[in-house]
Ligand binder design. Sequence first.
Ligand code: 5GP
Ligand code: SF4
Ligand code: MG
Length: 456
Amino acid sequence: CGVFGVYSREFNVSELTYYGLIALQHRGQESTGIAVTDGAWMDVSRGMGLVREVFRHQIPQMENQYIAIGHVRYSTTGSSLLANTQPLMVSYSGGKIALAHNGNLTNAGEIRRKLEESGTIFQTTIDSEVFVNLIARSRKVTVEEKIIDSLKKIKGAYCLTIMTEDKLIGARDPQGFRPLCIGRLEDGGYVLSSESCGLDVVGAEFVRDVEPGEMVVIDENGLESHRFAKAKPSMCIFEFIYFARPDSIIDGQSVHESRFEMGRILAKEAKCKGDIVISVPDSGNVAASGYAYEAGLPYVSGLIKNRYIGRTFIQPSQKQRDTAVKLKLNPVKSVVKGKSVIVIDDSIVRGTTSGKIVKMLRDAGAKEVHMVISSPPIGFPCFYGIDTSARKELIAATKTVEEIREYIGADSLHFLSLDGLKSCVPELNPKNMCFACFNGGYPIQQKTQSPAEADK
Ligand code: 5GP
Ligand code: SF4
Ligand code: MG
């Protein structure tokens, strides 16, 4: 998911949130919502679909609005339904609160059971709802204390933007799995965004990232930082491989540079013989350019992507995903015909995409198809907000590289090594990153099943 928030007296906060969400659209395409306040009233508008579809006719507006938050959703827990859209908004004894969450909680089930036993009614099936209930029930006095009180009970991955009638609040879990950054507007107002590309689009200047275990509170006195937990950083490497936009900078590391480096290292490791390098757009583009640069081979557009189709992986069912690949990608026959083609993609999860691409390229006349993947095999499920699915669906959990090659029908198959991958984020210490879907080294002890397994 993607979260966004704006506090400004001069700018149209709901319009900026709308633009910010469009820039974060790649982080979730199932549903979206915007909440605004003028200090007295709070309003939320949510719907299923893309930001531009949901807000085609109007963006929520209030005459004296000065705070807004927004969300784009990619479901990992809870079905893709209108009831499960965000921001969530509730009224409680202390006023109104709206909340948008990116990530996946690992103890939401337990907390929910306890709250339900004591009479709390839940309106959605998403894990994020425990935040608002804990905040509303907290006995602390100020809203900041209530939020901190709640965050201390919650485990897992979360980046939050929260809005009260007079404050914009951002928080990042102690592991900092997902990104969240702070920007400044010309009028002195503030912006919170999952990725820095969201700041660029609204003309906000990057200030810094929210730190793992930090909560920032923005109100008429400016920005105040609260540390609610000791940082135990474990930034998700998959943000760099696939999830984030290449023009974003996360915790000081350019996503583009890390992806380009993945391609270069892959070229050194795979030493694959071929005539041309092509990418599986868009997620393979940057690594493919790095690969071609290092290998001294031409990088050409061998697959054309339909721009009007979203990320296929984000389609929740396998059948939807199958058709989506064909709708999304088509080979350029004149480019691949008679050639030995090196195809770069960012990852193999279930093997759906790669298998179809190999077949597509052969049908278009490619002489050889070499699949080269800019990440290691994904052998373990993610519990922290990326839908790499239940373990049994992960092709690398049950098959060797050679068996996967056979399954997808490629002439050869290469994956980036884990050490190679670790060297691609020089601004970050690999010790402070999560690689669990590749090596099973989960930073948080796991009691429950993966969200995907729980949904089955
Ligand atoms: P597969 O077809 O093997 O199941 O999935 C691999 C494809 O899905 C790759 O092209 C990759 O770009 C994309 N992908 C990999 N991981 C994710 C993810 O967590 N989310 C989304 N939306 N797409 C992913
Ligand atoms: Fe990211 Fe993988 Fe860790 Fe999940 S398990 S947070 S996808 S690195
Ligand atoms: Mg892809």
